[in-house]
Design a protein around this ligand. Structure first.
Ligand SMILES: [Zn+2]
Length: 138
């Protein structure tokens, strides 16, 4: 099955859409995905237990990168007398907000990365009538 060029997968992921087809909505809440893409039927957990550990890793890397850039930028602009009080407050706020704000992006970006590295097979999809049945209220 075609997985699309990496930039297309990435572009769909940063817009919180299905990286495979660009379909939406794939989020029920800020942190919860639907089981399958409502357009193409791709199973968003791709059938593995602990699948989202990769997304947590992406989230951790993003937040650590943000922290590193923040520290480097602050020291660069304020050296030799950095405002340590401001540094502490902004760092606490940033480190509390960033992981939550980035959470859905970490999931779609990890899914895009996984689709790029491990292209989807027919087993990753449910047929459209099964998607419709899963989204219909009981
Ligand atoms: Zn899709």
């Amino acid at each position: 099955m075609d997985r699309g060029p990496p930039l297309t997968l990435l572009s769909r992921a940063v817009r919180l859409r299905c990286p495979h087809c660009g379909g939406a909505p794939i989020f029920v809440t800020w942190s919860r995905l639907v089981p399958n893409c409502p357009v193409c039927g791709l199973g968003l957990e791709r059938g593995e237990q602990g699948y989202w550990l990769g997304a947590y890793f992406f989230n951790l890397m993003a937040v650590e990168t943000l922290f590193g850039v923040w520290v480097a930028a602050l020291l660069w602009w304020t050296w030799p007398s950095p405002p340590w009080g401001l540094f502490q407050v902004v760092t606490l706020v940033l480190m509390a907000i960033a992981p939550v704000a980035f959470f859905p992006f970490s999931k779609t970006l990890f899914l895009a990365f996984d689709l790029w590295v491990r292209p989807p097979t027919e087993n990753d999809f449910v047929v459209p009538h099964e998607v419709a049945r899963r989204h219909r209220p009981a």
